[in-house]
Design a protein around this ligand. Structure first.
Ligand code: CA
Length: 244
């Protein structure tokens, strides 16, 4: 049974979520503030498969919870609940390490389908990677992609350098895969927003830049002097596996 932590301070909403998730046979815990949620999620005994995380919380907010969680190298999938009409919340959420988002107020069936989707996405990731590696005509992205001294494993969601393993969030892996699929080609920030994050709004794209900073830490020898994940002025970014 999948275990879900709901982080929501509005009690009627938290109760409703618990009731409906339990009806779907999930094991549910509720936390009404960020500090408590972080404690539960970073405890050695923590065994959550998914976090539903509200942005607006008393004390530290949902962005801070996500940021701290990723800093602590915890990679549990995060579904973030943001306020409608605040696209910057969505971008900040992804920047902080969220894997998907839903704007409030939401329809319950949509929330449940997002939950199922996130719980299964790791599995989809494997299937898609396997399908692509067995179909030579499609973009050559197998379950792993190697360049220089490192390899990205899209099944295990990690970057390996020798013996060292750096875990990735689902979203980091999705973004890296998008770059690998477009190896050598400039990728616009808008394409990343639409194709990887599913955000179809004219909006500030700085959250992507923060994400790129994170990805460079995984794949660059000198993150401040990137050779693989290059900035293309006025456009966006380009991934180059074998730079000159
Ligand atoms: Ca709230």
């Amino acid at each position: 049974m999948s275990r879900i932590l709901v982080v929501e301070d509005e009690q009627h909403l938290a109760d409703g979520l618990r009731y409906n998730l339990e009806a779907e046979h999930y094991d549910v815990d509720v936390s009404d503030n960020g500090e408590d949620a972080l404690q539960r999620l970073t405890a050695d005994t923590s065994r959550y498969d998914l976090v539903i995380l509200d942005v607006m919380l008393p004390g530290i907010d949902g962005f801070a919870v996500a940021t701290e969680l990723r800093k602590a190298r915890r990679f549990v999938p995060i579904l973030m609940l943001t306020a409608r009409g605040r696209s910057e919340d969505v971008l900040n959420g992804f920047g902080a390490g969220a894997d998907d988002y839903l704007t409030k107020p939401f329809e319950l069936p949509i929330l449940l389908s997002r939950v199922r989707g996130l719980l299964r996405r790791h599995e989809w990731f494997r299937e898609e990677a396997a399908a692509q590696s067995s179909a030579p005509a499609s973009a050559p992205v197998a379950s792993t992609f190697s360049f220089r001294d490192r390899s990205i494993d899209f099944e295990q969601l990690e970057v390996r350098v020798g013996e060292k393993r750096m875990p990735l969030t689902l979203m980091e892996a999705s973004l890296l895969r998008y770059f690998v699929q477009h190896e050598g080609c400039p990728v616009r920030r808008k394409d990343i927003l639409e194709q990887v994050w599913g955000v179809h709004e004219d909006t500030d794209t700085r959250a992507i830049d923060n994400f790129i900073v994170r990805l460079r830490r995984y794949i660059e020898e000198e993150p401040s002097n990137p050779r693989h994940l290059q900035t293309v002025r006025g456009v966006g970014y380009r991934f180059v596996a074998n730079p000159e």
